[in-house]
Design a protein around this ligand. Structure first.
Ligand code: CO
Length: 348
């Protein structure tokens, strides 16, 4: 499978935070040829291990932002509540997929009031999320329930991953399926290498709800060093000054110096810079201090864990469509592989 096909499979998989089963099984299949053991912990983290010795941990989160069914109206319309941070202005008129109790996918749309019957004032305002409704083409609550949809059923806005032109690709869940792909690629590329430590890759649950899976997994894994791989905020778009663009597409992987969840120790930042320079990989810094990642939870576990973050810049994350530039993803994979080949230097 080409890189783009793997990205598509991962981005298209369903994995609203707390309901990561589908994406977890996909990743389990992709990782299993390259690791010695795989376990799923009580929070649903997929923990893949290889080798012996002190532990180096990679982390990427499987979950994506989405919604839960909050209420089903008598006339069959569905009210929803967000899982993770959504921009309420962006939601009207999109297609959704609801995962019913029986695992079946039910298609729906987020309904909008036709502009014809809105006042001038109403047209200018975003509709609050609590007033939104999903239409699955049902006449009654009973009909919705018969589809296996219940209070708490997860749903996500679904746009299939597809390439645009010139190496640009769009998809719904690059945050953080690009990180998952980066970790999988690093496992695949180093599969035949004898690394002088135990490598554990955690595919985490619940990041979008507050770094939940990674916190529990870091305690269990007890690594000496950890690296989180993310799809982060690319903001090189009109109207945003360069000083407020956390990352830019086409400038390579982003090394985090500080975000809202961690100030990365200079030792780690300098190590990642050195790897990039030695490998001839262009890189950028993620401007402080936007967003947070699993490294924020991991570095506080046990007696404190040395942790860093590298990210693939992605425009429009936490919206129904994100956009990345494939050479950034490829360079991020190279940086992670270079990190693994040298990580022993951080264990001394
Ligand atoms: Co993320």
């Amino acid at each position: 499978m080409e890189l783009l096909e793997r990205l598509k499979a991962l981005s298209d998989a369903f994995g609203v935070a707390g309901h990561e089963d589908e994406v977890r099984e996909l990743i389990r299949g992709m990782a299993s040829p390259y690791v010695d053991s795989i376990e799923v912990d009580p929070l649903g983290n997929l923990i893949c291990s290889r080798g012996e010795g002190p532990t180096v941990m990679l982390d990427a989160h499987m979950d994506e932002v989405g919604f839960l069914v909050r209420w089903i109206e008598k006339d069959g319309f569905i009210r929803i509540t967000p899982v993770g941070g959504w921009d309420e202005r962006l939601l009207l008129g999109h297609r959704v997929v609801i995962r019913a109790r029986n695992g079946k996918k039910v298609k729906g749309i987020i309904g909008a009031t036709p502009p014809h019957i809105l006042s001038q004032e109403e047209r200018k305002k975003a509709v609050p999320l609590e007033d939104l409704f999903v239409d699955v083409g049902a006449k009654s609550r009973e009909e919705v329930e018969e589809m296996g949809i219940a209070i708490g059923s997860p749903l996500t806005i679904h746009y299939p991953c597809e390439p645009l032109r010139g190496g640009y690709v769009t998809g719904k869940a690059f945050d953080d399926r690009v990180g998952c792909l980066g970790a999988l690629e690093a496992l695949r590329i180093t599969a035949e290498e004898e690394l002088p430590y135990k490598l554990v890759v955690n595919f985490a649950t619940g990041e979008e709800l507050g770094l939940r899976g990674a916190k529990a997994a870091a305690y269990r894994i007890n690594p000496r060093v950890a690296l989180a791989i993310e799809g982060t905020i690319g903001a090189d778009v009109p109207g945003i000054p360069e000083a407020k663009q956390p990352t830019r597409l086409g400038a390579g992987p982003a090394i985090t110096v500080a975000d809202r969840s961690i100030v990365v120790r200079p030792k780690m930042v300098e190590f990642l810079e050195a790897v990039a320079r030695e490998e001839g990989i262009p890189f950028q810094y993620k401007l402080p201090t936007y967003g947070g990642t699993d490294a924020g939870a991991i570095h506080l576990e046990r007696g404190g864990i040395l942790a860093g973050v590298v990210s693939v810049p992605c425009r429009y994350i936490h919206s129904p469509v994100s956009l990345l530039y494939l050479p950034d993803l490829e360079a991020t994979v190279k940086l992670v592989v270079g990190f693994l080949r040298r990580a022993e230097g951080l264990l001394r």
